[in-house]
Design a protein around this ligand. Structure first.
Ligand code: HEM
Ligand SMILES: *[C@@H]1O[C@H](CO)[C@@H](O)[C@H](O)[C@H]1NC(C)=O
Ligand SMILES: *[C@@H]1O[C@H](CO)[C@@H](O)[C@H](O)[C@H]1NC(C)=O
Ligand SMILES: *[C@@H]1O[C@H](CO)[C@@H](O)[C@H](O)[C@H]1NC(C)=O
Ligand SMILES: *[C@@H]1O[C@H](CO)[C@@H](O)[C@H](O)[C@H]1NC(C)=O
Length: 295
């Protein structure tokens, strides 16, 4: 009897940590490259800081690139893949184009020189997103890494998964829910997206004219978005739609009336949530040598 119990305990202690370990291996973690490429985060940051000092208007497209990547097939770098026939994710919405792909390529080359074949393109986008927000004096958060790169990029999936700017609240909620994000993530992450907030200032009373911020004041990341939306001065219908749900409406009102009391903290949490969408880890996927093409 005792030996049965003993063997049971033995097996338990032998195998449970092993099973837990396997589960952990499938998760992202902060400092994933600490041993394999300790300079990884510094290298990316240097490229981004240098780029933004010369071209500050790239801040927004960089942040948006991570969002578009994550919402289509998970954060797997698929938004970066080129297509000879223009049938990839990056070819969706030609009028609302993403920019800055060459800079991602520059960061990737620097990483390949330092630690060949180690850092994924999907992780570069996640690191770039924090670097951008830090550079414009927004919140900082601990970025998780360990994503691997996908091999498929499909324009139809981008058109299906990225909701249009005239989306209503039910469509927005459904879209975020399908990606594993909640209603709070929706209202928090929306706080970045309008050109009337961080990236440019709206002329008072004129929604259709966006005036680029002057270089001296571009480094701002604040809760203005919620103040504008609360006054029904959001840029898109999808912004106004945030007033059509009790939870998102309450959040908009709270940030608008408390100078964004919890926005910074919430933003970091939701960015981490976004960065976890459909990630490839462990042995799945690959570490691309070049971000614009599969190995
Ligand atoms: C909630 C659903 C969303 C909709 C319907 C939406 C839609 C749009 C549209 C139509 C634009 C204008 C693009 C242009 O003028 O070229 C835009 C810009 C932007 N979006 Fe979103 N977006 C959403 C969520 C997000 C999220 C979650 C993020 C990031 C966390 C984000 C980041 C941005 C940024 C940074 C810009 C400015 C881009 C620039 O100025 O180049 N958006 N969005
Ligand atoms: C991939 O496409 C981008 C534009 O989307 C272009 O700037 C880049 O040069 C292309 N890269 C390669 C390796 O063809
Ligand atoms: C996209 O841009 C083209 C040319 O600038 C224009 O003709 C077309 O109507 C635009 N489409 C949308 C959906 O805005
Ligand atoms: C792209 O995705 C759509 C929708 O999921 C699918 O019907 C189509 O076959 C895919 N195209 C390719 C080339 O895989
Ligand atoms: C929201 O938009 C979707 C897609 O356009 C539509 O099917 C749905 O009926 C709309 N819902 C409401 C409540 O307006």
């Amino acid at each position: 009897m005792t030996w049965i119990l003993f063997s049971f305990l033995f097996l338990w202690y032998m195998f449970v940590p092993f099973v837990l370990d396997l589960a952990n291996a499938q998760r992202l973690k902060v400092g994933f490259y600490a041993k394999t490429c300790p300079q990884a985060e510094t290298i990316v940051k240097k490229v981004i800081v240098q780029t933004l000092s010369k071209s500050p208007t790239l801040a927004a497209p960089f942040l948006r690139m991570h969002f578009h990547d994550c919402f289509v097939r998970g954060c797997d770098g698929s938004v970066l893949l080129n297509s000879s026939t223009n049938q990839n994710e990056k070819n969706a919405f030609p009028n609302l184009s993403l920019r800055g792909f060459q800079i991602i390529d520059i960061a990737k080359s620097a990483l390949e020189k330092a630690c060949p074949g180690v850092v994924s393109c999907a992780d570069i986008l996640a690191l770039v997103a924090t670097d951008v927000v830090a550079t414009i004096k927004g919140p900082s958060w601990e970025v998780e890494t360990g994503r691997r790169d996908g091999r498929i990029s499909n324009i139809t999936e981008a058109l299906l998964n990225l909701v249009p700017p005239n989306a209503n609240i039910s469509t927005l909620k459904k879209d975020f829910q399908q990606s594993g994000l909640n209603v709070k993530d929706l209202v928090v992450l929306s706080g970045t997206q309008t050109p009337c907030n961080i990236w440019a200032k709206c002329k008072p009373g004129d929604l259709n004219t966006i005036v680029e911020m002057d270089p001296g004041s571009f480094k701002i990341f604040d809760e203005d978005y919620y103040t504008l939306v609360a006054k029904r001065r959001g840029l898109f219908q999808s912004d106004a739609a945030l007033l059509d749900d009790t939870e998102t409406k309450a959040y908009v009102k709270l940030q608008a009336t408390t100078h964004g009391s919890t926005f910074f903290e919430d933003f970091g949490v939701s960015m981490v949530n976004m960065g976890r969408i459909g990630v490839l880890t462990g042995n799945v996927g690959e570490i691309r040598k070049q971000c614009s093409r599969v190995n």
